[in-house]
Design a protein around this ligand. Structure first.
Ligand code: ADP
Length: 406
């Protein structure tokens, strides 16, 4: 701020330039001189001054034109311009304002006034420049921080992706090597094997093929969800009806295990959602309930509406922490093997399997897909479970207003 400032004096007459020089030099300013308009523009663009003192009457380009050209140059548009006019030259002042001049000084100069005005303008201009520079510096710093953050996010995403790919290849290899081993045994030792042994090998190969198929389907689902192709088609859906349909589809599995399968609750609960993805959520949760519940167990699926004024049901996990709003909800409960508390925090992680499932096959991807789809639909999912007693999974989706369901 202590730097005196640069002033460009533009006047074709030597006397005019000398007068201003005599007045301003002692103040410590760095003075530049131009004897015509074109020269003034060149000098200003080489070294933008803190102030231009501009005579109006010049041969060739007059002061008004110089002023307009300065204003039109983005680098110089903000430089203050004082036009030198004759006293009471009202017409020139009006034209000067039109041309973009900031102020006027009249000849003959009042020394004290001229010095004071020049000092104020130069100071203000320096101050404004400092502010501009600081803002630009801050913006540049903020940009660097933002880019660094982007880079970190990108590195994290790459790391996750690599981890995912390595998990996938590991998980694909397991069923494949079991299948290869059993098929090899069948091929080499078919004649020596008893029927029961052959049957058992074929059964395992079939199971592992199913697992492989499930794994590939899940991986494709995940990469679709990860790809950010979120412009999925959403429609008005009756969630309660979908729940009943999916339960119906899974019924044979439950029957095979002599399980009691009940569907309760409302018949009509509407949401705005992607049908395929909603079916996938229901299918994965119902399938897990059947899979992780022993023969003869009970599975219950129920559909409800949760509204702000309604008292929540503590039996529905997550219902006490629900955000304000109206929710279309369903809960799938089983009295199966359940999970210990420490496992619950991790079951939505990709490839995580609780370890309590024993020999039951799975990919560890089903619940992570469920959670991603629910989140994609601005919903929430919660689980409560007790080892040896059973599990309850509840999903809450934004309820579609009645008028939207007409
Ligand atoms: P998968 O069933 O293919 O292993 P999921 O992501 O669907 O993968 O489930 C992750 C883990 O959570 C399962 O391996 C199982 O240990 C546990 N789990 C899921 N649902 C239940 C349930 N209803 N009862 C008990 N454990 C469950």
């Amino acid at each position: 701020m202590d730097q005196p400032g640069i002033i460009l004096i533009v006047d074709d007459e030597p006397l005019g330039r000398e007068t201003l020089e005599a007045l301003l030099k002692p103040q410590g300013y760095h003075l530049l001189f131009a004897t015509n308009g074109a020269d003034a523009l060149v000098q200003a663009s080489i070294q933008p001054p803190d102030l231009v003192l501009l005579d109006i009457m010049m041969p060739g380009m007059d002061g008004f034109t110089v002023c307009r050209r300065l204003r039109a140059d983005p680098l110089l548009a903000e430089v203050p311009v004082l036009l030198i006019t004759a006293l009471d030259d009202r017409d020139s002042r009006l034209r000067g304002i039109e041309a973009g001049a900031d102020d006027f000084i009249s000849k003959p100069f009042d020394r004290a006034e001229l010095r004071m005005r020049v000092r104020t303008i130069v100071r203000l201009n320096r101050y404004r420049r400092l502010l501009d520079e600081r803002t630009q510096r801050q913006q540049a710093e903020a940009e660097v921080v933002r880019r660094n953050q982007d880079l970190i996010l990108l590195q994290e995403a790459t790391q996750l992706k690599n981890q995912f790919v390595s998990n996938v290849s590991h998980e694909l290899r397991t069923p494949l090597s079991i299948m290869m081993m059993h098929i090899g045994n069948l091929d080499m030792l078919y004649e020596q094997m008893e029927d029961a042994k052959r049957r058992s090998l074929i059964h395992t190969i079939r199971e592992q093929t199913r697992l492989l198929h499930e794994l590939i389907t899940n991986v494709l689902d995940i990469s679709y969800l990860d790809s950010g192709m979120r412009s999925i088609e959403n429609h008005t859906l009756n969630l309660a009806a979908l729940l009943r349909e999916e339960a119906e589809r899974q019924m044979p599995l439950a029957e095979r295990k002599s399980q009691h399968f009940k569907v309760l609750g409302l018949d009509q609960v509407f949401v705005h959602a992607n049908e395929g993805q909603m079916r996938q959520v229901l299918c994965n949760l119902l399938n897990n309930a059947i899979k992780y519940t022993p023969d003869g167990g009970t599975i219950t699926a129920e559909c409800r509406i949760y509204q702000p004024a309604m008292s929540v049901d503590p039996g529905w996990p997550g219902s006490t922490e629900l955000d304000q709003g109206s929710w279309a909800a369903f809960c799938i409960s089983d009295n199966g093997m359940g999970m210990p508390r420490e496992v619950l925090e991790r079951i939505f992680e990709r490839f995580y399997r609780a370890g309590t499932q024993g020999a039951i096959l799975g990919t560890g991807l089903g619940l992570s897909i469920v959670q991603e789809i629910v989140t994609l639909h601005q919903g929430q999912i919660a689980v409560a479970s007790t080892l040896g007693e059973g599990s309850r999974f509840a999903v809450y989706l934004p309820l579609l207003n009645e008028e939207h369901t007409q």
